[in-house]
Design a protein around this ligand. Structure first.
Ligand code: ADP
Ligand code: GLC
Length: 466
């Protein structure tokens, strides 16, 4: 079977968050089951694409509304990613350093139209189109409804919702940007008076998945306005837990770490990474180190961090270290906390540092209000670091509290009080040194690799085979 994964991000080509990690890993695990997956994404001006060479395999120009744009389809030469990478280069629209911009409606529409044009022109068509999130959500609509793509009508499409908060809606005034279709079917595009690419994909894709079973359930109650639609389409929806790339995220071989380690050497190995972090960020290595890595947005509970951190540092003898970027008010408030000698932060994006954080931290905090899956807690477990999480979405599916014979610290709901209480419980756990160290060894052995989940996707693809 030939699968085309269509996405705005893919690690290591272009990454903002977990979507990139998933799209960069899943194809390789699907390959192990005999499935041939390719990834197709926009061509951005990233360090990866600047260093690599590409072959031009197609070029054309197309109409977007009243104007035309030129595009090229590029294939990565000598791909070492494990799968074929195809990029759509639209110089006027996509050749940018940022993956997401203010003009995303036009950019991603042009990307989707261009890639379908290429698929249409290809001799060998994919057996299935797997679209990820709203940026690629108009594809199931276009293949099933637009006259131009009639030939692609019978190719099954699967939508994976990584995050339903973002839906990419735009005004009906922009309807002329889409290739023509039977106007009586316009309802398939609409949700609450706007064109909503995520809603359109939920309606038109043959199957819909989310990145954890609990998130699938939660979406029926809270989906940023799409609850009724998801409840209505429930029968074609399924939650499949994300995995992690076992090769990239392996403390034994991870080239980004200060010191590599495995289960037998986890205590000394983590110590070296912690020492490096504490020296770099001026923290006391003897205190338990609580870290956060991620986007500084409300979904991650980041607006509460300044208060949570201040209170936790007052009430506990701990250090807190943060790596993140996001909303500027939160960034500013966090920078102000730097006067506290037990706190420090790196406001920015740094892939290498993130790996050292997972390895050097004693605890990784994730007080997310929404977490469709979350990969950071899985990286933490793999690196012997105890996750402290709000029990929702994928966090609920992957972290069990030590009070329930588990291995992490969980709280129910997000407030300054609840998170500081969880941090205090974690601090107590740290003081039971033997138990704590035994736990670190145990969690490193959990298999959250993609092997199982990749098979679930393959079963789903097989069920759609014509
Ligand atoms: P989300 O996709 O919602 O941001 P995930 O937990 O699924 O959350 O994935 C986040 C990914 O992005 C992880 O690989 C994490 O290490 C990475 N990441 C997030 N913020 C940063 C940052 N500031 N620097 C480096 N890596 C980051
Ligand atoms: C989204 C979600 C995150 C998930 C990631 C990969 O960004 O916010 O929870 O892990 O996608 O599926």
């Amino acid at each position: 079977m030939n699968i085309l994964h269509i996405s705005a991000e893919c690690y290591p080509v272009a990454k903002v968050g977990g979507l990139a990690d998933v799209v960069g890993a899943l194809p390789n695990y699907q390959k192990k089951t005999g499935i041939n997956s390719k990834v197709i994404m926009p061509f951005y001006n990233t360090p990866f694409s600047e260093k690599k060479s590409f072959d031009e395999i197609y070029k054309s120009n197309l109409k977007l509304g009243d104007s035309y744009f030129n595009f090229r389809v590029l294939k990565l030469k000598n791909s070492t990613l494990g799968f074929d990478l195809i990029c759509i280069d639209i110089p006027e629209l996509l050749y940018k350093k940022q993956i997401y911009t203010e003009a995303d409606t036009e950019r991603f529409l042009a990307f989707q139209i261009a890639l379908l044009d290429w698929v249409l022109s290809s001799e060998k068509k994919p057996d299935l189109l797997h679209v990820h999130d709203h940026h690629t959500g108009l594809i199931p609509f276009m293949t099933s409804q637009c006259f131009k793509y009639n030939e692609l009508k019978n190719i099954p499409s699967v939508l994976t919702i990584h995050n339903a908060q973002y839906q990419g809606w735009f005004s009906h005034e922009k309807i002329s940007l889409l290739p023509s279709f039977e106007l009586k079917n316009i309802g398939l595009l609409d949700w609450n008076g706007n064109i909503n690419p995520l809603a359109a994909a939920i309606k038109c894709a043959w199957r819909v998945t989310t990145v954890s079973p609990s998130y699938m359930e939660e979406l029926q109650k809270e989906a940023n306005g799409l609850e009724a639609l998801l409840t209505h389409e429930n029968k074609k929806c399924k939650g499949i837990l994300n995995g992690i790339d076992w090769n990239v995220w392996n403390p034994e071989t991870d080239g980004k770490l200060i010191k590599n380690y495995k289960k037998a050497t986890v205590i000394s190995g983590k110590k070296e990474n912690k020492k490096w972090l504490c020296t770099k960020f001026n923290l006391d290595v003897k205190k338990p180190l609580f870290c956060f890595v991620g986007r500084l947005v409300g979904e991650k509970g980041a607006d509460l961090f300044p208060e949570i951190f201040e209170k936790s540092l007052q009430e506990n003898n701990i250090s807190i270290l943060l790596l993140g970027t996001g909303q500027s008010e939160t960034e500013q408030a966090l920078k102000k906390l730097n006067h506290n000698k037990n706190y420090n932060s790196f406001i920015g994006y740094d892939e290498t540092l993130a790996h050292i954080f997972y390895a050097g931290a004693d605890f990784l905090i994730m007080p997310s209000r929404v977490e469709p899956c979350g990969l950071n807690q899985l990286y933490a477990l793999r690196y012997g670091t105890v996750p402290v999480v709000n029990s929702i979405g994928g966090l609920k599916d992957t972290v069990v509290d030590i009070c329930n014979e588990g291995y992490g610290i969980c709280h129910e709901g997000v407030s300054v009080e609840k998170v500081t209480t969880a941090i205090a419980r974690a601090n107590e756990f740290y003081s039971e040194k033997k138990e704590f160290q035994k736990n670190s060894k145990k969690i490193m052995t959990f298999d959250y690799s993609w092997d199982n989940s990749a098979k679930e996707y393959v079963n789903l693809y097989q069920s759609l085979k014509q």
